[in-house]
Design a binder for this molecule. Structure first.
Ligand SMILES: Cc1cc2nc3c(=O)[nH]c(=O)nc-3n(C[C@H](O)[C@H](O)[C@H](O)COP(=O)(O)OP(=O)(O)OC[C@H]3O[C@@H](n4cnc5c(N)ncnc54)[C@H](O)[C@@H]3O)c2cc1C
Length: 313
């Protein structure tokens, strides 16, 4: 491989809102950037992304297309569809290996790999996920407003979710899916607000063309509804950050400081991978902030090195 073509200032792993906004900022800062993305974001089950000013309601694919069109103005940014499987080396000299057996070299790494869903083991959930079953009321609560909903959340989150959902509809029940037992006082509080709680495991979801009709419980209860919010189980979008030595929390969120720096020198992370906000605009914003921090580091290092600081090829 031609080494000059595989040497970058920054390799961004992940081309979602976080990685793309970072690419935009770094491209405008005249850095040579490669975005490696394998196009498996968890939001591709959904048809519309909401709450992103100027882009409210666009599909996740459309969002990426708009971003690519804008970033095209900055020719030092390249995109490749590939999976990063391994990264070695250290700050200033990382070697990135991909599933297509390519090697790329970079001074800095940005992990914008998002999170991925672990299966919940509920029959029928896959068919409705992103169509009438969602994970975040800020993203899809408006579309399900005033409808009859089933909220599936572990016992420790039931009260929180019940209070939150009340802002979008008054017609909903809570299911713990047998994940924990609700304390007596919480049961009383929910009952006081007229909210029914079911503790039996969810047996299955019955739907038509992605639209939920009923939720069936193991004890035989059948709950008619037209929408579901459920609490997903998540893990980091890729195992590579951990393999490179990045510290993660017990739910797999990459630990970063306020500049997006991980525990490994020269390695950064932004977006869902490094936060638990799970909003596209928050991910994009963290991508932008982290890109600034990467660019500052690169410029300052270049200044301190013997390289000619005035010329950026
Ligand atoms: C069903 C659903 C609906 C949602 N709706 C909304 C909404 O309406 N509004 C809103 O603001 N937010 C919404 N979200 C949340 C939003 O999609 C995320 O917060 C946002 O996409 C996170 O951006 P990101 O760039 O951090 O990660 P992602 O968008 O997840 O992108 C990560 C990218 O990294 C890639 N990747 C991972 N590992 C590798 C690897 N090893 N090599 C190469 N590529 C890799 C993935 O394929 C993916 O393309 C929704 C989420 C879901 C699940």
């Amino acid at each position: 491989m031609d080494m000059t073509k595989s040497q970058f200032d920054v390799i961004i792993v992940g081309g979602g809102p976080a990685g793309l906004n970072a690419a935009l900022v770094l491209g405008r800062a005249r850095k040579h950037v490669l975005v490696l993305d394998n196009q498996k974001p968890r939001n591709w089950v959904t048809r519309e992304t909401h709450g992103f000013l100027t882009r409210d309601g666009v599909s996740p694919q459309q969002f990426r297309a708009y971003a690519a069109e804008e970033i095209k103005s900055y020719p030092s940014v390249q995109f490749t569809s590939d999976t990063v499987i391994e990264i070695n080396g250290q700050d200033g000299a990382f070697v990135v290996k991909t599933g297509e057996d390519k090697l790329y070299h970079a001074r800095k790494i940005l992990f914008a790999v998002g999170k991925r869903d672990l299966p919940l083991g509920i029959d029928g959930l896959k068919e409705v996920y992103g169509k009438s079953a969602f994970v975040c009321p800020y993203c899809d609560g408006w579309e399900l407003r005033d409808q009859k909903l089933v909220i599936i959340a572990s016992a420790d989150k039931v009260l929180h979710m019940a209070k939150l959902i009340a802002g979008w509809t008054k017609d909903y029940v809570m299911c713990t899916n047998s994940d924990g037992t609700l304390p007596e006082e919480q049961m009383l509080e929910l009952s006081h607000h007229g909210i029914q709680v079911y503790e039996s495991p969810v047996h299955s979801i019955v739907s038509e063309e992605g639209m939920v009709r009923t939720v069936k419980l193991n004890d035989g209860t059948v709950i008619p509804c037209s929408g579901i919010f459920f609490q997903p189980k998540l893990q980091t979008g890729s195992d590579v950050p951990k393999a490179l030595g990045c510290e993660v929390t017990d739910i797999g969120t990459i630990i970063v400081d306020t500049q997006g720096k991980t525990s490994v020198s020269g390695v950064f992370s932004a977006g869902d991978a490094a936060s638990e906000m799970y909003q596209a605009i928050a991910a994009a914003s963290l991508g932008a902030l982290t890109a600034v921090s990467i660019n500052n580091e690169l410029n300052f290092e270049r200044w301190d090195s013997s390289e000619d600081t005035r010329i950026i090829k």
